[in-house]
Ligand binder design. Structure first.
Ligand SMILES: [Zn+2]
Length: 98
């Protein structure tokens, strides 16, 4: 089997998320990959698991100021500000696989 670096990173992320909830920052710290790169991997994991028994579960971003929850956000990147109160204090989304 081929061992592309990208594959290894993706598998490391999957292994991590199977153990429980992690934010992108947690993943970044655990496997030493920049946060910016992780969003793409998450997107791919999300799509590749669509038709499988295992799924990527997402606890969405939320606003620290007013509690707004970004439930319908399609993108994995952090929202810059809250659409409701316009503040920029956003709690990280968490991911796990089950
Ligand atoms: Zn808000």
């Amino acid at each position: 089997m081929e061992h592309l670096p990208e594959k290894t990173i993706r598998q490391q992320i999957i292994d991590l998320l199977e153990k429980g909830d992690h934010s992108v920052r947690d993943i970044s710290k655990a496997i030493g990959v920049r946060e910016k790169e992780i969003f793409g991997h998450l997107e791919h994991i999300h799509l590749s698991m669509k038709n499988r028994r295992e799924k990527l579960r997402i606890s969405p971003y939320s606003c620290q100021a007013c509690g707004f929850i970004f439930e319908n956000r399609k993108k994995f990147t952090r929202p810059s500000r809250c659409p409701q109160c316009k503040k920029a204090r956003i709690d990280a989304a968490m991911y796990h696989i089950e």
